[in-house]
Design a protein. Structure first.
Length: 63
């Protein structure tokens, strides 16, 4: 299992309403869009960058 990819569980905790449009689009790109929705994403630099952009709207858990 040494070659198994690490994953991140990302849960949206706050709304994107009233935020800049690019933050809402970033949530959509992550597969989110509604409060309470959870997705598992591969842990890589591009996903980490998207999470950083909306870190105030989501919770992240390493799996």
């Amino acid at each position: 299992m040494a070659d198994a990819k690490k994953t991140l569980r990302v849960t949206q905790t706050r709304s994107a309403v009233g935020r800049p449009a690019n933050q809402g689009k970033t949530l959509k790109a992550l597969g989110l869009g509604k409060i309470g929705r959870t997705v598992d994403q591969v842990d890589n630099e591009s996903v980490r960058g998207m999470i950083f952009k909306v870190k105030h709207l989501v919770e992240v858990e390493e799996l």
